[in-house]
Design a protein around this ligand. Structure first.
Ligand code: HEM
Length: 166
């Protein structure tokens, strides 16, 4: 007589945790609450990497890449990328604790909503990130600053995908 296989392990008792019960992850594109430790961390980052000059260089280099991109360039509603460049610079400066011109001009960022008119699929995201990676590489930041900035940009780009693509 052969041994019987062991009975299947019992399922854990009780219902499984619904997704909504998990703590909501902080949005990578949301402003930090005023006066919070996170807000202070971002402010010191803005100064440490060189403030306005650095963010302007970053966004200029990024849009040099976008201008050559056959998928991204046609997504931009204006032929002139200048205004889009300005909006991204203001947003990043504000996010990182610099001047708050973005919200004064544009109101609450609501970036997911503002990207809804565009097809942000994994291909668009990866192209965006490729141009951003090249732009970050032009800055010559200290490794820790570079890693902090890149981690943020990657998370932000992933959070804005709104289409599965083909
Ligand atoms: C994932 C790939 C992305 C694509 C394909 C994309 C594409 C676009 C396009 C076509 C616009 C409209 C241009 C304009 O009128 O300004 C736009 C606007 C903008 N994007 Fe993105 N974007 C991406 C990711 C991001 C990320 C990661 C950020 C922030 C870290 C960002 C920040 C912005 C901002 C601040 C605006 C201007 C919003 C406004 O005030 O109207 N985008 N994006």
């Amino acid at each position: 007589m052969t041994d019987q296989p062991p009975p299947p392990a019992p399922r854990p008792a009780g219902p499984t945790l619904p997704l909504s019960a998990a703590a909501p992850a902080a949005s990578p594109v949301a402003p930090a609450p005023e006066g919070s430790a996170e807000a202070r961390r971002r402010e010191s980052f803005y100064e440490a990497v060189g403030g306005h000059v650095t963010f302007t260089r970053l966004v200029d280099a990024f849009y040099d890449g976008v201008a050559t991109d056959p998928v991204l360039k046609p997504m931009y509603p204006e032929e002139d990328l200048g205004p889009a460049k300005r909006r991204l610079t203001m947003f990043l400066e504000q996010y990182w604790g610099g001047p708050t011109a973005y919200s004064e001009e544009r109101g609450h960022p609501r970036l997911r909503m503002r990207h809804m008119p565009f097809t942000v699929d994994p291909d668009a995201r990866d192209r965006w990130l490729r141009h951003m990676r090249a732009a970050v590489d032009t800055l010559g930041l200290a490794p820790l600053h570079e890693a902090t900035l890149w981690d943020y940009l990657e998370r932000a780009a992933h959070s804005l995908v709104n289409s599965a693509g083909r």
